[in-house]
Design a protein around this ligand. Structure first.
Ligand SMILES: Cc1ncc(C[n+]2csc(CCOP(=O)(O)OP(=O)(O)O)c2C)c(N)n1
Ligand code: SF4
Ligand SMILES: [Mg+2]
Length: 299
């Protein structure tokens, strides 16, 4: 089941051209960057993917968009399936990573019980959540990753609750490595993949994944949107080691977050309290800075 050879050719790449993802999809870019990171490390993987856009894009048998062995699972079972595959790989002393590639619906909500259980057992898997902040594949319903004010098909007047802080919840499991990723910061992305590949145990990566279809944004704006999210402090880039030590990788540069909201028609200008959001971002960064200065990593 585990892929035996490292990812070097276009046949072995994670996501092949001609797949069904929408133009400007952050998930496509994320998979490409992940594939490059694996190739760089002369490594490979088996993908375990629950229900989400990422498994729909695999396509129908006998063809597939993925260049590595891929297992489609139910929403709730992906981390459990990945744990089993990784255990067999380790028992047989086989090469390659087992990577769960899941959406925010599958991570923050429906798959959370088995993710928490796998984290508590510190299973030897990499779990990557591409967070497009909605149930994209089924038309764009709200998830607990959807930010306050966003209009979705189930929150047509704007979501009233805020985004769940999944990083803090995952860090509380004291797994060896958790980090946030942005496709607007490819060097940082590559460095974190390299770090994740060098560690054993459960490694959790959270990717801010623009979704032009659900965000009602221009496909060409995808990278700029997530760049604005990092620069304004809305989506900080940081790492947590052993649930205990923190490192901020890209400091927000004072960019105002208004532009981020203006460029997405999922946000209603009247509904978004920009001042409250600015305060929440500043609080979040201040808290992370305090943790990073008080509990820095050894390396
Ligand atoms: C238990 C269960 N409930 C609902 C569905 C229908 N369903 C398939 S994909 C999907 C959306 C997944 O959202 P997310 O995990 O965020 O991934 P995205 O679609 O955004 O890529 C839903 C609701 C399902 N397959 N199984
Ligand atoms: S709906 Fe969103 S996440 Fe799904 S393929 Fe399209 S852009 Fe990507
Ligand atoms: Mg989603």
């Amino acid at each position: 089941m585990t892929a035996a050879t490292a990812i070097h050719t276009s046949e072995e790449c994670l996501l092949r051209p001609g797949n069904t993802n929408c133009g400007g999809c952050g998930m496509s870019v994320g998979l490409t960057m992940l594939g490059r990171g694996l190739a760089e490390a002369n490594d490979t993987c088996t993908l375990v993917i629950p229900a989400c856009c990422g498994i729909v894009t695999a396509g129908a048998f006998p063809t597939t968009s993925y260049g590595v062995p891929t297992i489609a699972t139910t929403f709730a079972s992906a981390p459990a399936v990945a744990s089993g595959v990784a255990s067999i790989r380790d028992l047989n002393d086989e090469p390659g990573q087992v990577i769960c590639w899941a959406g925010d619906g599958g991570t923050y909500d429906i798959g959370f019980a088995t993710l928490s259980a796998a984290a508590e057992r510190n299973e030897n898997i990499i779990y990557i959540c591409y967070d497009n902040e909605i149930y994209g594949n089924t038309g764009g319903q709200r998830s607990s990753a959807t930010p306050a004010g966003a209009r979705t098909t189930t929150t047509p007047w704007g979501k009233t609750e805020g985004k769940k802080d999944i990083m803090s919840i995952i860090a509380a499991h004291r797994i060896p490595y958790a980090a946030t990723l942005s496709i607007a910061h490819p060097d940082d992305f590559a460095a974190k993949i390299s770090t994740a590949l060098s560690i054993r145990g459960l490694r959790f990566l959270l990717l801010h994944s623009p979704c032009p279809t659900g965000w009602k944004s221009e496909p060409a704006d995808s990278i700029e949107l997530v760049r604005l999210a990092v620069a304004s402090g809305l989506f900080p880039l940081y790492e947590v080691f052993d649930g205990a030590s923190y490192r901020i990788n890209v400091e927000p540069d004072g960019t105002d977050l208004a532009e981020y909201f203006l460029r997405q028609r999922r946000f209603d200008d009247e509904q978004i309290d920009l001042n409250a959001t600015r305060r929440a971002c500043a609080d979040q960064i201040q808290r992370l800075k305090a943790l990073a200065s008080q509990y820095p990593p050894d390396n």
